[in-house]
Design a protein around this ligand. Structure first.
Ligand code: ASP
Length: 583
């Protein structure tokens, strides 16, 4: 090795030792008689000293070192007079005997400090410099620990890690595929996997009864704030397990990761049906760190002459405890919030309960104190509480109120990011109806099994069929999702039929899977977790991008390597692609 030690490990115990360190010049301070340099590597920072009195030539040389130069230095560990107890190496320094410049550095475009002056764009372009900063280093270390702990747990319960191909076949279900032209099969394309779903099921048919993979998946979706075109899943599948068995097995993984990474003991993970999640929280991923459950109000709001309520299919509200003194301005802000196009409500009705127990509402004209009292009683509301009510079409109103609930939680500081409330959401519907496409879509994916007792409903009332599907939600974030699968050709065929496939289309696209079902496919089910998201959650970060070494930006571009980019005419020709390159 070019070094005897790292920059993060020497302490007072090493006093008087002769050492060689390698690293980057983080900062240098020239105090006339002395020059101090902070030498940094992945492990930490160690202070070097160069003394004008004892070795002026060396000191002169050291003064010329620029930021981010890579050097190796030989010296002796000495006790520092001015100790820095904030860092592990802060009690010592290295009295330098000699150093060598291993490589020079241009002045970096931003400071490599915790508090950098670099903007987003610059830091993405020079990602390798940004990655030198502690925040990013800590994030990638966390990611590594999460991956190791995941493997540790899954290996311990007999799962084996098997790789599945990246060049596969395009399928129409789900998101858009990224496609790759095949040079040797002119006019034909591979697709990059949106997930290894069909392969992991085929592994079950092959008898590898517990499979996992920490695997890259690719989805060509319209980019939203926290989406990456390529992302990583902890993908798992197991045979001969009931839904209960799958949930218990992966509850084990959740507990293991919480314990190992966050030092938190997780009790039994609570469960909620999809139906209740929608009814009480207006979303299939409720944040249950706080209550503020929905209360339906049609029966107490009808017939008071207030047209909005009388004409609405659905009236529903939440009670924000202790917000009874909200001002006009604050209430207006909330009204503006629900009216934003992304939320889409037309208005907001409030009922304030004063400290004296009196009621004040935006619908006082129609609702007497007695009526408001009845509404408040539905929430068990107390003095100084604030009730917020929305009305309209059921699903949409629930969705809006769900957003308002989260907004109120923000305002009340209820989203404690040190608190973790995992939740299983169960019993999802098998299908959802797509108005524009005029057809059913699989809510999870087309391989998900209906609940056995609902199979007979597939023919005439598919929308009420429930699936053996489950999601893991933590603090309002969907961390994982999976299902018990169909393992029978006839049922799989029926599923495709409901989804609008002709028999021929189903055979063309998924024949390989259905044929495999005819060769002793065992009952099986599984789950996949969004690994990047889970890392961001544990890292208390806001964006998955910060937990990926080389992420794409919001426009799906890698600005460092400048991709996507055009390819040469020659490559195009070789691939039998004719593209009009004129923009
Ligand atoms: N393949 C599914 C997904 O990517 C997860 C699963 O059902 O296991 O969402």
């Amino acid at each position: 090795m070019l070094r005897t030690n790292t920059c993060g490990e020497l302490t007072i115990k090493d006093k008087n030792n002769k050492v060689t360190l390698c690293g980057w010049v983080q900062r240098s301070r020239d105090l006339g008689g002395m020059t101090f340099i902070d030498l940094r590597d992945r492990y930490g920072i160690t202070q070097l000293v160069f003394n004008m009195d004892t070795n002026s030539a060396l000191c002169e040389e050291a003064r010329k070192l620029g930021r981010e130069f890579v050097i190796s230095v030989i010296g002796t560990v000495a006790e520092r007079s001015n100790k820095n107890l904030k860092i592990p190496t802060g009690e010592i320094e290295i009295i330098a005997d000699s150093f060598e410049i291993l490589n020079e550095s241009k002045l970096p475009p931003f400071t490599i400090e915790d508090d950098t002056d670099g903007g987003e764009e610059q830091r993405m372009k020079y990602r390798y410099l940004d990655l030198r900063r502690n925040v990013n280093k800590n994030n990638l270390e966390l990611r590594h620990k999460m991956a190791s702990a995941t493997r540790e747990y899954l290996n311990s319960v007999n799962f084996i890690e098997i790789e599945t191909p990246f060049l596969i076949k395009s399928t129409p279900e789900g998101a858009r595929d990224y496609v790759v032209p095949s040079r040797i099969n002119p006019g034909e394309f591979y697709a990059l996997p949106q997930s290894p779903q069909t392969f992991k099921q085929l592994l079950m048919v092959a008898g590898y009864d517990r499979y996992y993979q920490i695997v890259r998946c690719f989805r060509d979706e319209d980019l939203r704030a926290d989406r990456q075109p390529e992302f990583t899943q902890i993908d798992c599948e197991m045979s001969f397990a009931t839904q209960e068995g799958v949930l218990e097995t992966f509850e084990g993984l959740v507990k293991h990761l919480f314990k190992k990474i966050k030092k938190i003991d997780i009790e039994k993970i609570p469960r909620m049906s999809y139906h209740d999640a929608m009814k009480y929280y207006g979303t299939d991923k409720p944040d249950i760190r706080f209550e503020m459950k929905f209360v339906e109000l049609n029966d107490v709001t009808r017939g008071k002459g207030f047209k909005v309520f009388d004409e609405a299919a659905f009236v529903v509200g939440i009670c924000a405890e202790g917000c009874g003194e909200y001002t006009r301005k604050q209430l207006d802000e909330l009204t503006d919030f629900v009216r934003k196009p992304q939320i889409g409500a037309s208005g907001l009705v409030y009922v304030k309960i004063g400290k004296d127990g009196s009621y004040k509402s935006s619908v006082d004209k129609f609702f007497a104190q007695e009526d408001l009292k009845k509404i408040a009683a539905k929430f068990n509301a107390k003095e100084n509480d604030l009730i917020l009510i929305l009305a309209g079409q059921k699903d949409k109103t629930r969705k809006c109120l769900g957003e308002l609930r989260l907004e109120m939680a923000d305002r009340k500081g209820l989203k404690d990011n040190k608190k973790y409330c995992p939740l299983w959401v169960l019993d999802f519907p098998l299908f959802e109806w797509h108005e524009e496409m005029n057809r059913y879509y699989a809510k999870h994916h087309p391989f998900t099994s209906p609940k056995p007792e609902d199979i007979s409903l597939l023919d005439h009332n598919p929308i009420v069929v429930k699936a053996n599907a489950y999601d893991l939600v933590i603090n309002g974030v969907e961390i994982g999702g999976g299902s018990i699968r169909i393992h029978n050709k006839q049922l799989q065929n029926k599923m495709f039929k409901v989804l609008g496939f002709t028999e021929k289309e189903a055979q063309e696209q998924f024949g390989f899977l259905m044929n495999a079902f005819e060769y002793g496919a065992p009952p099986h089910g599984g789950i996949a977790f969004g690994f990047d998201r889970w890392c961001a959650l544990f890292g208390e970060g806001t964006s998955i991008r910060d937990y990926i070494a080389f992420p794409k930006n919001n426009a799906g571009r890698d600005v460092m390597i400048d991709s996507p980019s055009q390819i040469s005419e020659e490559q195009l020709k070789e691939l039998n692609l004719k593209i009009d390159l004129k923009k």
